[in-house]
Design a protein around this ligand. Structure first.
Ligand SMILES: *[C@@H]1O[C@H](CO)[C@@H](O)[C@H](O)[C@H]1NC(C)=O
Ligand SMILES: *[C@@H]1O[C@H](CO)[C@@H](O)[C@H](O)[C@H]1NC(C)=O
Ligand SMILES: *[C@@H]1O[C@H](CO)[C@@H](O)[C@H](O)[C@H]1NC(C)=O
Length: 154
C-alpha cells in the first residue's frame, strides 16, 4: 500500500514536471512567446501573441492543435496521437453492450447514450471532455482528460 502510494506520488511529480515542460497553459493573460503558437489543455485550442496581447483561437472542426519539435498548428484527427482523438468511435448499436454505459463520440466533448427513444449525443459541461479509460467514465476537466487518456504530448 505504502509502496503504491509512493509510486503514485512519484508519478504525480513526474506528470507535473512533464506538464511544466510543455508550453501548454490555460493561463491566457501572459504572452508565452512573441512569435510562436502555444497549446491549451483543451486540445482544440491554442494561443498566440499580438502586440503583447494574448489571442485565443480554436482549430477548425476535426482539427487538433499540436506543438512539438516538428509541428506547430492544427492537424486533422488522423495525424494526431491516437490517445488524443476518437477516430474509431461511431454511433453505438445499443445491442452489443453499448446500451449499458455512455460511449465516446468523435466530438471529444460529447458522448452517446442509448435511450428508449434511440441513441442520443449529449454534451459534457463546459471545460470538460469525455473519458472512458482506466476505470474512469464520464466528463472530466481537460487537464485530467489528458492524463487519463495519456494524451500528454503536444
Ligand atoms: C461538439 O459538440 C458541441 C456541443 O454539442 C458543439 O457545440 C460543437 O460544435 C461540436 N464540435 C464539433 C467539432 O463537432
Ligand atoms: C509531432 O506531432 C505529429 C502529429 O502528432 C507527429 O506526427 C510527429 O511525429 C511529432 N513530432 C515529434 C518530434 O514528436
Ligand atoms: C496510460 O498509460 C498507463 C501507463 O503506461 C497505462 O497503464 C494506461 O492503460 C494507459 N491508458 C490509456 C487510456 O491508454
Amino acid at each position: 500500500m505504502l509502496k503504491a502510494l509512493v509510486i503514485f506520488f512519484g508519478l504525480l511529480a513526474l506528470a507535473i514536471a512533464a506538464s511544466l515542460g510543455t508550453a501548454r497553459s490555460d493561463v491566457t493573460t501572459v504572452c508565452q512567446s512573441e512569435d510562436e503558437l502555444w497549446g491549451s489543455e483543451d486540445i482544440r485550442k491554442f494561443y498566440f501573441c499580438l502586440d503583447g496581447e494574448v489571442i485565443a483561437d480554436q482549430c477548425d472542426e476535426d482539427y487538433y492543435f499540436v506543438n512539438n519539435a516538428t509541428v506547430s498548428g492544427c492537424l486533422p484527427a488522423d495525424l494526431i496521437n491516437p490517445s488524443c482523438v476518437n477516430t474509431e468511435s461511431k454511433v453505438p448499436s445499443c445491442t452489443d453492450g453499448t446500451q449499458y454505459q455512455p460511449q465516446p463520440c468523435s466530438n471529444l466533448t460529447n458522448f452517446y447514450v442509448c435511450t428508449n427513444e434511440g441513441v442520443k449525443e449529449l454534451p459534457c459541461e463546459n471545460g470538460k471532455a469525455f473519458v472512458d479509460a482506466g476505470g474512469y467514465l464520464g466528463c472530466f476537466p481537460w487537464t485530467q482528460w489528458r492524463s487519463l487518456r495519456n494524451c500528454t504530448d503536444g
